[in-house]
Design a protein around this ligand. Structure first.
Ligand code: GH3
Ligand code: MG
Ligand code: MG
Ligand code: MG
Ligand code: MG
Length: 320
């Protein structure tokens, strides 16, 4: 699917695809949502399709329950619009079959129905449906409803992959990105570099100026990095004061240039606390994926060793 949802083995549900939806931490990314429309009224289908496509949604159409279920499992839509009276099974039967998975993966289901019975509406809501829209559909209100549902979903998606303090991607997204880039490399030999960045003597900053100041340093550092990298790059908070940067299509030597530039900029920044000015630095370790070292553990181990060498050599530097 265009939004690129992850497979069913991830119990936390749908996580944005690290490669296709990679620019979240740097700004808004363009997402084209896929809507599965399960509806048998030919005229309504044509009308909704036209309206939704005009608003840049991708529409997948099923005119029977059976086809709808097939497309649901095959195409992993971002939203489902479901009619109640269908030629083969009722929409309620369809609901029974998909609600569990849809809820788990936060795929909103909106019922569109000419069936106005309160009992059916109550029943649909009780199963976990969020919205029940009665025919005839008022297209302006309907489009607004859809837009709001997607906004909520986007907020939720962000919240599960973004570190709250720094705005960097979290460890969960780090793992997903690693997995994706490693499998891309094995398939296509598309290279990437991984840099681990660790703030120097950070414990001292907390001890001297307090944790809140320490937090601000982490935020400022993250902002600097996020503003200095390309959209294809993925910047993650790996642990407390340790960060990771994935740079696709970037050989180690180019990665080094990028990190050293950020290193100089960061070291030049002035922080102020307790009427004192102070500077902070970080150390880096870089590794580039190779066929002989192409699994996540090895990559992290290599970057970590390079980082350790930078620390050992006096900090505020980066090692390949
Ligand atoms: P080194 O140069 O060898 O990396 O020394 P260091 O002091 O940076 O390393 P150490 O691992 O000893 O200490 C890391 C510190 O980072 C300790 C921990 O309290 C602090 N830290 C981790 N997460 C946070 C956070 O979210 N906020 C703040 N303020 N401090 C944090
Ligand atoms: Mg119908
Ligand atoms: Mg340490
Ligand atoms: Mg440190
Ligand atoms: Mg550390």
């Amino acid at each position: 699917p265009l939004l690129g949802l992850f497979g069913g083995d991830d119990s936390a549900g749908a996580v944005p695809d690290p490669v296709h939806d990679i620019s979240l931490s740097n700004g808004e990314s363009q997402q084209k949502y896929e809507i599965l429309l399960i509806e048998d009224d030919v005229e309504l289908v044509a009308f909704l399709r036209e309206s939704l496509e005009r608003h840049s949604y991708y529409v997948n159409i099923a005119m029977s329950a059976e086809r709808g279920l097939k497309l649901f499992y095959e195409s992993r839509p971002d939203m489902i619009l479901l009619d109640i009276l269908l030629p083969d099974q009722s929409g309620i039967d369809v609901l029974h079959q998909i609600i569990g998975k849809a809820t788990q993966e936060r795929i909103p289901i909106i019922i569109i129905s000419g069936e106005h019975s309160k009992d059916i509406q109550l029943y649909a809501y009780s199963l976990g449906v969020m919205d029940y829209v009665s025919k005839p559909v008022d297209i302006d209100l309907f489009l607004m409803l859809i837009k709001n549902r997607f906004e909520l979903k986007k907020e939720w998606q962000k919240s599960i992959i973004i570190d709250e303090l720094t705005g960097a991607y979290n460890r969960k997204f780090f793992n997903q990105t690693m997995k994706q880039l490693v499998s891309d490399f094995r398939r296509t030999e598309r290279t990437f570099s991984l840099a681990l960045l660790d703030l120097d003597h950070f414990k001292q900053i907390n001890d001297t100026y307090g944790h809140l100041v320490g937090d601000e340093v982490l935020q400022t550092f993250s902002e600097l990095v996020r503003g200095s990298i390309r959209v294809e790059d993925t910047f993650c908070r790996y642990g407390g004061e340790e960060f990771a940067l994935f740079m696709p299509n970037t050989p180690a030597a180019s990665a080094l240039t990028v990190i050293e530039r950020i290193q100089r900029q960061f070291a030049d920044m002035e922080f102020q606390a307790k009427h004192e000015l102070f500077h902070v630095t970080f150390s880096g370790g870089i590794t580039e994926i190779r066929a002989s070292r192409d699994n996540p553990e090895e990559l992290i181990e290599d970057a970590d060793q390079a980082l350790y060498a930078s620390k050992h050599a006096g900090r505020n530097q980066t090692t390949l």
